[in-house]
Ligand binder design. Sequence first.
Ligand SMILES: *Cc1c(COP(=O)(O)O)cnc(C)c1O
Length: 390
Amino acid sequence: MTDYRPETRAVHLPQPIIEGSRPIAVPIYQTSGFVFDDPEVMANAMGSPDGPFVYGRYTNPTVRSLEQAISGLEGGSGAIATGSGMGAVNIVLLGLLKPGDHFIAQQALYGGTAAMINELAGRFGVTVSYVPEDDPAALRAAVRPETRLVYLETIANPMCQVADLPGMFAVARELGLVSVVDNTFATPMLCRPIEHGADIVIHSTTKYLSGHTDVVGGMAVFADDALYKKVWHFAISLGASADPFAAWLTLRGLQTLPLRMERHCANARLLATRLADHPAVAAVHWPGLPTHPSYELAGKLLPDFGGVFAFDLAGGRAAGEKFMSSVRLALLAPSLGGVETLILQPATTSHRALSAAELAKHGISEGTVRVAVGIEHAEDLWADFEQALA
Ligand SMILES: *Cc1c(COP(=O)(O)O)cnc(C)c1O
C-alpha cells in the first residue's frame, strides 16, 4: 500500500486483522458488501443463505447474529431479519401466497397486518376468511381446497385474546396448511410457538425484543430449512432487509429481554388487579385475570401474561380522554414493549378506521384505554393512574 499515492491510500483503508483475541460485544459491520479473494467463491456466494457474506441486502454479520439469536430463542432452524415487523409479515404472506390462494386468519389482528390483508385481497387475488383464534372447529370448517396458510397472533391487540396455538395448529398440520403466528406480544420468554406446531414465527422486534423504543425492525423465524430457504429467496428480491445498526441495537436490547419481561408482567399484574377494583373502571382486559375470556387457555399455554392490557372507563369516551390528559408519568404514544409505560385510546388511534359496530365486534369501547406497561416502579405507575382516575 505504501507504493500508492495519497489519493489511493486514502481510499483503501487498512482493515483490522483480529488475532489472538476477539470483541466481547458483537461489532456493527457497517458495510454494504464484502470482498472476495477467489472469483469462484464470489460466483457461488449469491445463491444461498449458507454461503459467505456477499451483499447487505442478503444479510450482514451483525444482522446474522441477531437472526441466529432470535432463531435460537424460538427453537427455529433459521430466521430472516427485516427492516420492520410489517416487513416480516410481508415476506411471509407475499413469499408464500399467490393469486387464487386462500388463507385463514384470526379476527383480531394487528392493524397494519389487517390493512395488508385487505391489500392482498383487493389487488393480489388472494382471499381470506376470518375465524376466532381459539376455535379449531371453525378453522376446519373454513378450509377450502385452495387454502394454504393459517395466520394467528399469540396475544392480540388490544383486548389480549390468547390464540389456541396447539389446537389450531393441529388442524393446520392435519390439513397440510402452513402455520404462521405473530409472537410479538408474548416474546419467546412467554411462548415458543414452534413447540406448539408453528412453521413460522413473526416478530416486530421494534417492541419487546429490542425493548428501548429506539429502533424499528422485524424477524421471521422458520421451524424447517426448506420453508426458510424458500422465503429467503423471495425476501432478498423484496428488499425489506434489516440495517446493521438497527440489528445491533436490537441485539443489545435482547440481552436483557428475560429481565425486562419479568418486570413488564409483574407491573401489568399489579396495575390490572388494582384497576379491576377501582370504581371508575368498568372492565380490565388482561389474560391473567379470571374475568378474561382467555384466562383458562392462557393459564395452560403461558407462564405469565405480558405487559399489555386494556381497560374500559365507566364514563366512556369523555372519561377516556380525561384519563389520557391527566396522566403525568405514562406517555401518550403508539407502540409497546419499551421500558417506558405508553398509553393510547384504540378508538381514536390504532383502531380509528373501524366503525362503532366493528369496534364493538372487537370488544373495544370508546372509553377503552390500552396500556403498554414499562419497567418503572409499579407503585409510581399506580400513583399516576390513581390520580388520573380521580
Ligand atoms: C408493531 C406490530 C407489528 C408491526 O411491526 P412494525 O415493526 O411496526 O412494522 C406487527 N405485529 C404486531 C403484533 C405488532 O405489535
